[in-house]
Design a protein around this ligand. Structure first.
Ligand code: 3PY
Length: 333
């Protein structure tokens, strides 16, 4: 029997065609939790985006499920412990998104310091009455050139940001769980303790995954080390205590916050919306481009098919699952 797979996001057509060569695939776009709870028992495989939350309750009902293939580098939207206990393999994608996300991070940095988003709105609202309103009204616009950029998290995305930031004429400081001598050599990046990166950088970029250790890693106490600096987040919303960031922005302590990610997504209202000069906000799409989405779709399909063929993919997140349900016992293709 062909495996039955549910695709819960808008996947590009070519990878979907590839999937359909081997599996019966239902595309069910962003179902509610209730909807998912009522259908999950039918599926051998699940393909999801970061906006599809798969919690322990859903996993409990997933009687036949063997694999959850994430169409993302992050996998914090899946209860991986619950999946492992049930013998469900969880995979992510690696590499294919790094360039797209890094490019976006640089876009956020430039937009934040040069107020590009603010100015666009300014013109559209008919406020450009004279050159004077801009030249004497727009205060504290800063160049990126010559700044110190502190990158927190030096994985593939962090490195891709470092290369681009270097080309903008900045100095690179970084912290990561382990030293990355390759990037130190390549862009002369300086490895420092976490808090030193916060203290010594002008622009701090979060490129960390969401884990128990990184939850609210930028909190009220750490924001005190960041007075007069800019913060850019292309990791996950939960890396920052959003309330503390809002407070620091309101008090003029944090100079600006540009983020693609939020503590609760999709975000409908926030005090951040009112701070048009100090913030740049985008709806979690740093990885989205025609090129990256297709590459990512193929990798997500490849990971899923590998597991259904009884093979271990490189991008397996929960290696402990191999002891709970041996991979050979899955073989459906
Ligand atoms: O791949 C991910 O985890 C993303 O959030 C891309 O924006």
């Amino acid at each position: 029997m062909r495996p039955k797979v549910a695709v819960l996001f808008k996947m590009k057509s070519k990878p979907l065609e590839e999937l359909r060569k081997y599996c019966d695939a239902d595309v069910i776009l962003y179902p509610s939790k209730e909807e998912l709870l009522s259908i999950i028992h039918k599926y051998d495989g699940l393909m999801i985006s970061p906006l599809n939350k798969i919690d322990a309750e859903i996993i409990e009902k997933a009687e036949k499920l063997k694999v959850i293939s994430c169409h993302s580098a992050g996998y914090d939207h899946v209860d991986v412990d619950a999946a492992t206990k049930k013998g469900i393999y969880v995979t992510k994608v690696s590499g294919v998104l790094s360039e797209a996300v890094a490019e976006f991070a640089i876009g956020l940095i430039i937009a934040l310091l040069r107020k590009i988003v603010y100015s666009d709105k300014f013109i559209r609202q008919g406020k450009w009455e004279s050159h004077r309103v801009v030249w004497s009204g727009f205060k504290d616009i800063e160049t990126v050139y010559g700044k110190k950029v502190g990158i927190l998290g030096m994985g593939a995305i962090g490195k891709a940001i470092a290369r681009r930031a270097k080309a903008l004429g900045t100095e690179i400081l970084y912290w990561s769980r382990s030293r990355k001598e390759d990037i130190e050599k390549e862009v002369n990046a300086k490895y420092l303790p976490f808090d030193e990166v916060l203290k010594q950088s002008d622009i701090i970029v979060l490129a960390l995954p969401a884990t128990k250790e990184t939850y609210h890693i930028i909190n009220e106490k750490r924001l005190k080390l960041m007075e007069g600096k800019y913060l850019v987040n292309i990791g996950r919303g939960v890396l920052v205590d959003e309330k503390a960031v809002i407070k620091a922005l309101k008090e003029g302590k944090l100079k600006g916050y540009a983020t693609d990610v939020f503590e609760n997504e999709p975000i409908q209202e926030s005090e951040l919306f009112e701070m048009e000069w100090e913030t740049v906000l985008t709806p979690h799409y740093a990885g989205l481009s025609k090129e990256s989405m297709e590459d990512m779709g193929f990798q997500t399909v490849k990971n899923l098919l590998k597991i259904l063929r009884g093979e271990v993919p490189e991008d397996l997140v929960n290696k402990e699952v191999l002891k709970i349900r041996p991979i050979e016992s899955i073989k459906m293709l």
